[in-house]
Design a binder for this molecule. Structure first.
Ligand SMILES: [Zn+2]
Length: 78
């Protein structure tokens, strides 16, 4: 049984467009789409960073770093 469904669709790494294997060679990214895709990735990274930062500040290491920063701020230079 043959099927028209192509299982080898891959998202373009640049713009996220879903491409069949035989489309990939000819594919040219739409600059707008590529920009949107990149922004989406950046937003994910930023979200992840904020989560990581909150977790860090709550951790013993994070508290220690804050304590160090606080101590250094009050310590006279020299
Ligand atoms: Zn593309």
């Amino acid at each position: 049984m043959s099927s028209a469904f192509a299982p080898h669709h891959m998202p373009c790494a640049e713009c996220g467009a879903s491409l069949a294997m035989d489309e990939r060679a000819d594919h040219v990214c739409d600059p707008e789409r590529r920009l949107e895709y990149r922004l989406l990735q950046l937003r994910d990274e930023v979200d992840g960073f904020e989560d990581g930062l909150c977790g860090y500040l709550d951790s013993p290491q994070g508290r220690f770093a804050q304590w160090l920063a606080e101590r250094d701020r009050h310590r006279p230079k020299g």
